[in-house]
Each structure stands twice: as structure tokens, then as C-alpha cells.
Design a protein around this ligand. Structure first.
Ligand code: GTP
Ligand code: MG
Length: 138
């Protein structure tokens, strides 16, 4: 059993889609073992996405991630990192497979409704960035 880190992004909380997105995770067999609603500052968003600091869209990405509340969550299940990436779909909703979260809900390549860790090592770091051990209840 593996854990991954997920964010429901501000475009989705703004449109009241958190329940629909969580249903996608649960229907696919992932369990939400920690979850909290928070509003990041731009500086906190910048720290979280620091690996993208050199990308041209970094400033826009940080502005967006601080533009409204997010849901930070830990998802647990078999092969959770890869499984979650499948459920999310491609970064750009135009390329996302039918039935994925981004195909159904994302507005653009930037405002794409969800974040998911891309590797188990990243998942561990990202979970630790947002949650204390006692807040994760499997
Ligand atoms: P995350 O799960 O959020 O990390 O998405 P990802 O792994 O599918 O994509 P990536 O790590 O390459 O990019 C991180 C985030 O930056 C994306 O989810 C988008 O929100 C944003 N992003 C990526 N490419 C672009 C772009 O060309 N323009 C803008 N505005 N944002 C982008
Ligand atoms: Mg990524």
C-alpha cells in the first residue's frame, strides 16, 4: 500500500467541485487518509512548486495557487502515485483521456483542477510539507 499527495486546486474549489473530485478518487479505489482546506500565500505556493522556479509559467502558477482555497490531501492505495496520475489525466485538459478529472473539470493547462505527486520520493516530501504524522489516519 502506497501514499501519494494530492491538491484540489483553486479553480476547482471556486466551482464547488471538491465532492465530485473526491468521488473520482474513491471510485478508483484510493482512500482519502488526510485532508485539509487551506489558503496558501504566494510565497508558500512558490516554496511548494520550487522545482518549477525556472519555468516561464512559475509566477503565474504561484499567483494561481494562492488565488483561493485548496484542499491538500493524502491518498492511499495500491500503486497510489501512478494510479492517481491516471485518474487526474494529462496536464493539459485537451490531452487528457475521457473520464479523467482534468478532462471533465480542468479549465486550462494552468488551471487544471488537481495536483498529484509524480514519484514516491516527491510524495513523501510533499506530504511532509503539508501534514504532521498525527494528521494522517489510514
Ligand atoms: P502537477 O500535478 O500540478 O505537478 O501537474 P503535472 O505534474 O501534470 O504538470 P507539471 O508538474 O509539469 O506542472 C505543474 C503545474 O504547472 C501544472 O499542473 C499546471 O498547473 C502548471 N503548468 C504547467 N504547464 C503550464 C503552462 O504551460 N502554462 C501555465 N500557465 N501553467 C502551466
Ligand atoms: Mg508535476
Amino acid at each position: 500500500i502506497q501514499r501519494t499527495f494530492s491538491i484540489i486546486k483553486p479553480d476547482a474549489t471556486r466551482r464547488n467541485l471538491t465532492g465530485k473530485i473526491n468521488a473520482k478518487f474513491e471510485e478508483a479505489g484510493l482512500r482519502i487518509v488526510a485532508q485539509k482546506r487551506i489558503h496558501l500565500t504566494k510565497a508558500q505556493a512558490g516554496q511548494f512548486y520550487i522545482v518549477h522556479a525556472a519555468r516561464p509559467f512559475y509566477d503565474e502558477l504561484c499567483e494561481f495557487m494562492a488565488s483561493g482555497p485548496i484542499i491538500a490531501q493524502v491518498l492511499e492505495g495500491e500503486n497510489a502515485v501512478v494510479r492517481n496520475r491516471e485518474i487526474m489525466g494529462a496536464t493539459n485538459p485537451k490531452d487528457a483521456a475521457a473520464g479523467t478529472i482534468r478532462a471533465e473539470f480542468a479549465e486550462s493547462v494552468g488551471e487544471n483542477s488537481v495536483h498529484g505527486s509524480d514519484a514516491p520520493e516527491a510524495a513523501a516530501e510533499e506530504i511532509a510539507f503539508f501534514f504532521a504524522g498525527l494528521e494522517i489516519v489510514g
